[in-house]
Write a protein that binds this ligand. Sequence first.
Ligand code: FES
Length: 647
Amino acid sequence: ERDALVLFMPSGKRGRFAVGTSVLEAARSLGVYVESVCGGRATCGRCQIEVQQGNFAKHKITSSLNHISPVGPKEQRYAEVRTIPEGRRLSCSAQILGDLVIDVPQDTVVNAQVIRKAATDRLFDRNPAIQLCYVEVDEPDMHKPLGDLDRLNLMLEKDWGWTDILVAQHLMPDVQQTLRRGNWGVTAAIHRDLEGARPNLIALWPGLHNEAYGIACDIGSTTIAMHLVSLLSGRVIASSGTSNPQIRFGEDLMSRVSYVMMNPDGREAMTKAVRQAINELTVKVCAEANVDPNNILDAVFVANPIMHHLFLGIDPTELGQAPFALAVSGAVHTWSREIALAINRGARVYLLPCIAGHVGADAAGATLSEGPHRQDRMMLLVDVGTNAEIILGNKDRVVAASSPTGPAFEGAEISSGQRAAPGAIERVRIDPQTLEPKFRVIGVDKWSDEDGFAEQAEKVGITGICGSAIIEVVAEMYLCGIISEDGVVDGAMAARSERILENGRTFSYLLHDGAQRITVTQNDVRAIQLAKAALYAGVKLLMEKQGIDTVDSIRFAGAFGSFIDPKYAMVLGLIPDCDLAEVKAVGNAAGTGGLMALLNRDYRREIEQTVRKIEKIETALEPRFQELFVHAMALPNKVDSFPNLAS
Ligand code: FES
């Protein structure tokens, strides 16, 4: 019997197969993920692949179109009805006739018209927890009185290998009707996450149902962000965000915990509010992509511990005080109906594990996305919010902590501070000679010293300074000598510039004198010093645990990190010395981690194992933290140097 060598790209998996084997079967046997809903009937179009032609000397394969069977009648029929893109074949129908290099496209999409743009350019291997399985069930027979559902299960075992299926109770009343409506052909959604667990039948449709979606959602204390993903193509088809309505109960996390402690229905009200916001956001992303929310079958969430608990309906009071006990730290598996999500009734829900009482499932998501645990090099991953979540490590060891930076980096506690919104100053430069500033304002596309700035600024209004600009202005003040290493605004400078204003015993810097006077006061500088000292001391504590003096790379996760300039972060000593080219903002890495866990259940196991191994450091319990904090109050630091800034 002849056999042929087949190489699958981009996975690089290869194997020998008997001539006549279908490409889909070959892929399956090698563990290459190729979607199939119809089970090889050439009706779903999900199993498309492309043959790469040529001599692949490196792999010792010459791949040609002669090595694959020509299009047969079934595939022809599919192509006539639904059209197959040029060069594509249905892998269930295409048989291996000789050596082949097969490309598994990452964008096999049937409903191409709904595709907008991908929220992320990264491609992830797929292995979703949900599989759609079309089966044709035997008609009932008086002589073999096996129930309709039992015959369905029999087919799911015969065609798809699912054994011992657990049927969601809510499906039972409709099973008979669904089978008859589909003329005995039905599509079953099977959920199986943990290896070895019983597969769950969670949804059933008459006929061939060729759509399955998932949502990945990051519940932040300020913003909730969501991706809508086709589980069959792996594409992100819509992304959106909304503000967390819990803000009305308290701006920051601790005030929300206090609200729960002080109000008997506080927990319930906040749980309801966040779930409702998630449901509204789901409706929004579904409308954008023209998807029926009933076709959402899986949902993955990341959140900080307090948001995580409130979302699940758990009282977060214990998280408000030492020892910061989590009700549950491991990954949570639940059902949409248990937590009132307005998606398919049978949909499954997965929450990533929390790392510690202060380091949540969001930090776990960011870790999964950036992968310090997958590298040799030492990576520092920081997510700055009211608390900074800090992860430091490599493939040998990962440590984590949170540090109480307070809300200064978000513009709170700063006299002219505000959230990043139109009217906020977002960039600042100060001339070292004249001490005159120039700046940029969100909503105005010019620097303040350029022509046309005034007219535009008039319309937007200059209302305050956002978090990234506070870092810049304090760093620029330091570089110009307006503030000393101890962070004191130098009154002697007042002789040199009218920008230095006296207020009682301290001085401030006048950044903008308009309808609203925007100054940087001594208190503002102190607030930034406290915040940056907390962040740096937390980072340094972890570096000491790891026994290292420098880190190889730094990743800033979250909105704050997307706007700050790494150079200024280092000038102020927010972050340790590092090659500036290795300091990157990675945006909503927590959300990306959620997306990965949605697309591939192997990533769920990966982060569950990683989180179990991460060493949690409680900064409050470390006597050394205070000392590091005091050193870090100085600009940039009393003892540590930053050689990368000099170059
Ligand atoms: Fe459905 Fe090939 S598996 S068309």
